[in-house]
Design a protein around this ligand. Sequence first.
Ligand code: GLY
Length: 341
Amino acid sequence: MTHRVGVALGERSYDVHVGRGAIRQLSSLVPADVRRVAVVTQASVPVDVRRHLPESAAVSRHLVGNGEEHKTLATIERLCEEFAAAGLTRNDLVVGVGGGMVTDVAGFAAASWHRGVRVVHVSTSLVGMVDAAIGGKTGVNIAAGKNLVGAFWQPSGVICDTDHLATLPEREQRCGRGEMAKYHFLTGDDLLALDLDARVARCVAIKAEIVGQDERESGRRAVLNYGHTLGHALEAATGFSLAHGEGVAVGMMFAAHVAHALGRIDAARVQQHRDVIVGEYGLSVEVPRGVKRAELVQLMRHDKKAVDGLTFVLDGPAGIETVRGVSERAIDQAFDALSVP
Ligand code: GLY
């Protein structure tokens, strides 16, 4: 049995199918008027969606390289040239098959091609299933920062087939747990008590509820960036040798220390962050050696949320919320607590 979770966004609403064998729902997500399907994926993704697409559709395959260095405008340009060569029209469909990087890139290419064609995501990583493939954020990196160029472009459906996680390397499972721990702090839910399918479906439902209230992040959606301000800076500072979910795990611990320095949470709540992130979700909260706080501060100033000095998503008496103009002193205290030089 698969779970079907709705993302309610008026005329842009769609379903996310979660569970073992959910890929069999793919053909039901292909609109009847589609004649060509452009599958955007990576050579390393071991999922062939061809047999789950309508036989009548002409299917072309477009590869994206592995690694953040391929998440660029140059990749978008190449994909669009390939869409042109495949004859992809405004009525046709892009299907992104892969982890968060692939669906971010496929989504942005779909948003740009002919000023927007429909896209369906087949998410094959845990991070992608619980976060990246849901909610319509698409984009690529530029030298100044991660995901700085992109578009809100909702998919017309998402497949999260948990059979695809069976061969996922432990490190990628860990990255997924980083995003799951985020949902733990947002809701207090004991996600680890659920079986895998129910856990993924619950994370999707939490995200869907938040996105449904604030599609374009003018307010509440920013809470989904808990741990991401330092997390993104750490990814960039380590040349992406620290993966996204690993950065988010450290970032949430850092955010707890910042919140404590600002008097928003007590020491027991800081300890609870450590207990959950390290003890329950099995993640590290160590900042990699060699990374300096001055560089991290510089990178955090480029964060998309930063319209007024340093901005963080922080825990506090009213729960997790965006806090602007965080003092350098609080940041320093948090770096001290994590022994960052
Ligand atoms: N990954 C955060 C968001 O989709 O808003």
